[in-house]
Design a protein around this ligand. Structure first.
Ligand code: S3P
Length: 450
């Protein structure tokens, strides 16, 4: 297991860097590529471990995926009814998106499959996807959750669909905003007898809706409601070509690093700008960071562009409500921003962080305290008192196997008064395999020790 030693910055961060391709869109490109009728080209694949778990799962279900090893894949779609029963477990690794989206897809197949995950994924709640899938007639069995009564977790055994019948239509008010649950239900809805209509409390990322719509699959999305009618044509998903946009969730670590170091100028190129994901840009602006966003186009309904941030004085600005939903994966790194902002930042409505790759509220508060900051846990949020001046106390942080905690600690380490050590840093490869190299390209000094 490797650790990263982060040296205090001696000069501001400078540079223009690419970011890994969007993880969420990467999963969905593989998935809809597999369900298409033709050869789909997916360019800019990141090889992040989460996306690779999805790739392996489709190969195990008989989908041929050519890989040139340089990020260009050709997915030979088998159509809605062409997947084969896997001969062994589908290992989703650390990836909740792989497990929940596959659960939706597998619920409608004529075979069953077993979905497994690593220790972190085997603690995450799966009842949220199992319950509505069962309500439409699917078979989804899970292991008892280690700490929560009435909750299940991985391994999941999903399918086969009821013999001789289609899954039923579904009208469902989701108890939480979740793109993984929404997408699982829409995927199963492609195989149902009647429409799928979903309402979320607040709109979660809408990549599935955008991709289906860009591929010509009729889907109505209005605010927090989405409606999908089962297609009559089994060749509904056409072959497509996509150059994946960059991942704003990965770019966020670089942008916050630039924002908290006065004199820095950091540009993330070709970054996804989907508004349902872009809350971090509003958080940066509210904190007073100088941002420049240059739209560059869109691909499969997804806007992307270049984002530049300049470091300077920051002020505390509370985060909650729909902005919190649109930046849920960025809250840990937004805490590093808060750590450098004058005043107390209150994060609310982020209870979902407790069931991510780790309990992110607990882990980020622990990390902030290790850097000498005043941070307090709340049931559904946290508070951070900023220290805008002077070096932070260098720290030793355990990531708990959570990539976003590890990367947040690395960014805080740049502000340390000595070397910061981030333990258990291999997890960064789940989403940002070139994180260390990219920070180095901006002028940071980090050492990887194995
Ligand atoms: C994702 C949805 C979000 C997000 C995750 C990726 C997706 O999870 O946190 O990193 O690609 O659909 P929830 O659906 O649990 O909100």
């Amino acid at each position: 297991m490797s650790r990263i030693v982060v040296r205090p910055l001696v000069r501001p961060l400078q540079g223009s860097v690419p970011v890994p391709s969007d993880k969420s869109i990467g999963h969905r490109s593989l998935l809809f590529g597999a369900l298409s009728r033709g050869a789909c080209r997916v360019r800019g694949f990141s090889y992040g471990e989460d996306n690779v778990a999805t790739l392996r799962a489709f190969r195990a279900m008989g989908v041929t995926i050519d890989d040139d090893g340089k990020g260009e894949l050709t997915v030979h779609g088998v159509g809605l009814d062409g997947l084969c029963a896997p001969t062994s477990d589908l290992d989703c690794g650390n990836s909740g998106t792989t497990m929940r989206l596959l659960a939706g897809l597998l619920a409608a197949q004529p075979f069953s499959a077993r979905l497994t995950g690593d220790a972190s994924l085997s603690r995450r709640p799966m009842g949220r996807v199992a319950r509505p899938l069962r309500a439409r007639g699917a078979s989804v069995e899970g292991a008892p959750h280690p700490t929560r009564k009435d909750e299940i977790t991985a391994p999941l055994v999903v399918g086969p669909r009821p013999e001789g019948r289609l899954l039923a239509g579904l009208e469902y008010r989701m108890p939480m905003s979740s793109a993984q649950v929404k997408s699982a239900l829409l995927l199963s809805g492609l195989y149902a007898s009647d429409p799928t209509v979903l309402w979320e409390p607040l709109l979660s990322r809408d990549h599935t809706e955008r991709m289906l719509s860009a591929l010509g699959v009729p889907i109505d999305a209005a605010g927090t409601m989405v409606r999908l009618s089962p297609p009559s044509d089994r060749k509904i998903v056409p072959a497509f070509d996509v150059e994946l946009p960059g991942d704003l969730s990965a770019a966020a670590f670089l942008l916050v690093a630039g924002a908290v170091v006065p004199g820095s100028a950091v540009t993330a190129r070709g970054t996804g700008l989907n508004p349902s994901r872009a809350g971090i840009l509003e958080i940066l602006r509210s904190a007073g960071a100088a941002l420049q966003i240059e739209p560059q186009g869109d691909v499969l309904g997804e806007p992307f562009g270049q984002v530049t941030v300049r470091g300077g004085a920051l002020r505390a600005a509370d985060v909650g409500g729909e902005v919190a939903t649109r930046s849920i994966d960025e809250i840990p790194i937004a805490c590093a921003l808060a750590a450098r902002s004058g005043g107390r930042t209150v994060f609310s409505d982020v209870g979902e962080l407790r069931v991510k790759e780790s309990d992110r509220i607990a882990r980020v508060v622990e990390a902030l305290r290790a850097f000498g900051l005043d941070a307090v846990e709340r049931e559904e949020g946290l508070e951070v008192e900023g220290q805008p001046e002077g070096a932070l106390r260098a720290a030793r942080v355990a990531s708990d196997g959570d990539h976003r905690i590890a990367m947040t600690a690395c960014v805080l380490g740049l502000l340390g008064d000595g070397d910061t050590v981030v333990e258990d840093a291999d997890c960064i490869a789940t989403s940002f395999p070139r994180f260390v190299g990219t920070l180095r390209a901006l002028g940071a000094e980090l050492e990887v020790q194995t």
